[in-house]
Design a protein around this ligand. Sequence first.
Ligand SMILES: [Zn+2]
Length: 325
Amino acid sequence: MNELSFDCDERLHGIGLCDLHCDTLLEMAQHQADFYDNSLHLGFDRVHAFSYFLQVMAIWSNTRLSDDDCYAQFLSATAYMKERLCAHPEITQCRCGEDVKRVKAQNGKGFILAVEGGNLLSEDVSRLDEIYARGVRFFTLVWGGESRMGGAHDVGGGLSPFGVKALKRMFALGIVPDVSHASKEIFYQTAAYADDAGKPFVATHSNSAAVWNHTRCLTDEQFRMIRDSGGIVGVSFCTPHLGDTAKEITIGTVVDHIEHYLSLGGEKTVCFGGDLDGIGSMPTPMTGVESLPLYYEEMAKRGFGDDLIYNIFCGNAQTFFEKNL
Ligand SMILES: [Zn+2]
């Protein structure tokens, strides 16, 4: 351990890490890898700098697979999760606010299950009841291209009639819809249905379009609408969504996105949603989840107060989980 990370460990005492999105679970299941001691971006043995750890773990519906194969992959990934992750005495699968409170109180480690991309539903809304029963609490409506749910950010287009039906069922069940990857049309439809339902919606891994204009990023208006619904927004480490990759993307670039969200009144909204194990490259000098303490350094250097840093690392997400799961 080098001197810098030692200093961070000391000063981070008392700060937890809550992250809104990673693809680690599917990677693990596909490679039969361990949740500790692995070579992926995220291992549960590499978060010791933080007082507690809560990770939203998504299972992606690969658009190259058939709908039923996506569903089969979801079922096998959750079986692997149950066998290897839930069986670990140190790790809690959080299904409700009480679970996340307990993880925090016990300085423990926990995860919340999510789905990324709606193809696995295959126009069968009852599958939502099954995935809810398995613990899914966040649902990224679309991922890329056209799907049965509707169009993603890269193609545009609103929710399909099935997409509307599924969205309404999510609100009824208590699954939080996630507009990361959504088209503009789906974003505004989700905002309207959330308003009707009196429920929040979120963007688990979306950066600021004002800092770097990419179709995966949120406009200032979109950010404010999520905030006003009571939702949260996770900033990701996906370099093409952060800036010009012909130049160096650093931890400072990520904090530029965070600072912009803060300038919009986002101090209770902005979180991390790193997209670890879902991204090809990370900002310099990150190597994985063990690099998160470097963000503390950068934020402290920019004069962020202790409470603000705490809220970005864990407080905002924790409050949301306690209130809405
Ligand atoms: Zn994603």
